[in-house]
Design a protein around this ligand. Structure first.
Ligand code: IMP
Ligand code: MG
Length: 173
């Protein structure tokens, strides 16, 4: 097993997710909010975030991958599960676990903008700003971090570590 260093505690995550939920609830008060989780990484974050949102909204999921099982983005996006709700006229909030180069999120924003939606915005638990290559903005950021490769709270390495309740940096020797 690779070595791990604690980066974000359960309490830090809970507090921040609560704040994001409050902001989203205020900003989308008079809108038709649909929160779309980007599988697989966002499943735990989305589950907590939607329970911190106090206004009525719909939830759906999409699955894309640019990573395979390695640590570096392949740059190529694969759509393997599409959303099922009718999104015409809806205000979309894309929910990602982590934004790295931004390739995935940029692709998703374009994809949903082309679906007759009213608005498309983005939310990510972690924004690795320093590594951004694509021109895409994260409208709701949990934490801005640039400390190595992160796992836990939904984030994986080769599909492992997702179950950890806190976020760790992984060291490969
Ligand atoms: P991007 O297209 O380079 O922004 O990559 C975004 C996707 O890569 C995320 O949705 C994650 O699935 C994955 N990813 C990027 N950095 C990490 C990390 O530190 N830990 C786990 N997954 C990561
Ligand atoms: Mg992801």
């Amino acid at each position: 097993m690779a070595k791990q260093e604690l980066i974000l505690s359960q309490q830090q995550i809970t507090d921040r997710v609560g704040e994001l939920g409050e902001r989203i609830s205020a900003d989308y008060k008079d809108k038709n909010l649909v929160m779309i989780g980007v599988l697989n990484g966002s499943f735990i974050f989305l589950a907590d975030l939607v329970r911190a949102v106090t206004i009525s909204h719909q939830i759906d999921f999409i699955r894309v991958a640019s990573y395979g099982s390695s640590k570096t983005s392949s740059g190529k996006i694969n759509l393997s599960k599409d959303v099922e709700l009718d999104l015409a006229g809806k205000d979309i909030l894309l929910v990602e676990d982590i934004v790295d180069t931004g390739t995935t999120l940029q692709w998703l924003v374009h994809y949903f903008t082309g679906k007759k939606t009213r608005s498309v915005r983005t939310c990510a638990l972690i924004d690795k700003k320093e590594r951004r290559e694509a021109d895409v903005s994260v409208n709701y950021t949990g934490f801005s971090l640039d400390r190595g490769f992160l796992v836990g709270y939904g984030l994986d390495y080769a599909e492992k570590y997702r179950h950890l309740p806190q976020i760790y940096s992984l060291f490969f020797s």
